[in-house]
Design a binder for this molecule. Sequence first.
Ligand code: ADP
Ligand code: MG
Length: 725
Amino acid sequence: MSLLRFKMVDAAINHAAVEPNAPEGRPSDYFGEKVFNHAAMRKYLDKRTYALLSETMEKRTPLSREVADSVAAGMRQWALEHGADHYTHWFQPLTGGTAEKHDAFADPDGEGGVLEEFSGKLLVQQEPDASSFPNGGIRNTFEARGYSAWDPTSPAFIVDTTLCIPTVFIAYTGEALDYKVPLLRAVTAVDNAATEVCRYFDKNVQRVFSYLGWEQEYFLVDESLWAIRPDLVLTGRTLMGHESAKNQQLEDHYFGAIPARVMAFMKDLEYESLKLGIPVKTRHNEVAPNQFELAPVYEEVNLANDHNQLLMTIMDKIARRHHFRVLLHEKPFKGINGSGKHNNWSLGTDTGINLLGPGKTASENLQFITFLVNVISAVYKNNGLLKASIMSATNAHRLGANEAPPAIISTFLGSQVSAVLDKLEASRGDDAIRFDAKNVFKMSGISHIPTLLLDNTDRNRTSPFAFTGNRFEFRAVGSSDNCAEAMIVLNSVVAAELRDFKVAVDAKIEAGAKKEKAIYEVLKQKIKACKAIRFDGNGYSDEWKAEAARRGLDCETSTPLMIDHYLDKAAVKMFADLGVFSKVELEARAEVKWETYAKKIQIESRVLGDLTMNHIVPIASKYEAMLLDKVYKMSQLQGLNASADILLIKKIQDHTAAIQKMTDEMIEARKQANRIDDQRKKAIAYHDTVAVFLDEIRYHVDKLEEIVDDQIWPLPKYRELLFIR
Ligand code: ADP
Ligand code: MG
């Protein structure tokens, strides 16, 4: 082991568990204590201000300047009393991650002292000097202003000593430069469309909410080992590393006992999350060694997404306290599972009905089937676009790698729901759908259909978009993603589908059909038309790839080409009709995605080049020289056979020569790609001509790792990185 590697492995082994912070009281005592929530508002705002703000939060009515001033005064008071001395507009630019610029509350009072200043104006709107956030050309350099504006539907919170105010981020010209604006627009679109459809069944429905329950997967590595892996530090994943003899093949990690150091980290993370109002609930080991998961209770999608963004930031901070680094990359280690962020999604009414769960009455069940069919139909028509929403340079490693859903979107419904749809399709079309007290599904003529359980137990883990009894689980989302991207597209396509559904049903009613019959008929058409998206088999198999292609599903695997879907004619029209994205905004987003893709591959390629030429080839040559010396000395004596060593020398020769040659070629490919101005073409060039070298070069490096004397190998090996003691 090289001396440095030895020291770091030694440090990793000897890192004792850090005592987690002791919670003050029970979760119910400290839950949300760092959030300006309803309890805090009631305490710090006068009655009228509180009533008006509540109305804004519920009904999304605009807030007047005068009310904003009162809210700001109360919020400031609360923040100061809770230890805050700074405030920031907290937003989600297209870089991924969150952005914040802190300002002190204290302002000179003009008389040599300071005053704690925070007006409604500062609360509601700011103009961050935001010229260096990605904007896809929306903001020309001469008009570099962006606005951040308060989103009162997501409450303010305190991190460390800073009051964070969730805001949207828009260009001077009004276009969205973040994830929150289009998410809020998509939520409104699906609310409007779904509410209209609900009124076929219940006139009392005023609003439909979109819910998200994310499950965040992540890896932990010891920080001393992380620090001497430049690939992990700079790209978030290992660009080389021979497989550990033992990894996940014994299946002994999933749900296994959580190591003490990790448990201490989790306790701290949960404590901090709960104080911030993130309703974390589940924690467990994941399939791969050092891989874990955390999931909260689901919430309204905008809030849930803010909470996920916040969680990812605090995870990183807390991990450092425990001498860990969190890896949110989708595929930090080759040969073992990568990480996703399952997005459990559903729609529910303000009357308390989950629209994606079987109900108690025939009408509720027809409503459930209506929403279910519209969702799968929307997913069918937009499977390429949905894939574009989750595709990235990093998630590309995970999808289709025999451990996660393939780069093909399909839906799993389970045998019972499938049977219901099949029967519906074949029925005369006016049978009532009923479930008895035990949720046994009944429909005249098909009484032999078995129980449709509320909780669908035959889960298919290989499906990228699975129905799980009362929600859909979009599993293809990447662990480092902003969930908003997938949620914007999903809510939009469902909104568009529900709109069309309403138009079709109304047309039939106008032509004289009874409401129920009209609904059945449109549903039957949809069930027939979207069959290709339903797949209950093994999504990891090669047969499925061939079958999916035959069914006409999008099977593209190149990320830059998938991004094109955002600019498909139908997508541009749909987003514009719904008011979610203008064409300019879509073009800007696609531009940012292409640019980000190329940059990520560029960085990986540079890091790999540095590592091979400065670390790997020199060390391999050193070992080779030792062997050459030995062989030479052996040749001076009679009767010794050096053939095994000579073979080894030849192998090292071959691998180092291949590495040197390909590294040169990769650098050349990069140079060519860098000359391209068009971002799309550049991304394609990076995908087709640069990224291909990463795996090829790695192959030879990993072979060398097996040959070269462990004593001089510089980088921590998988077997050291992957097992926290
Ligand atoms: P699993 O790992 O088996 O999929 P988990 O319990 O880890 O299940 O996560 C399930 C997630 O689904 C949780 O975040 C939970 O809050 C969420 N969830 C449950 N019901 C709904 C629903 N109706 N809508 C959205 N999310 C939901
Ligand atoms: Mg899940």
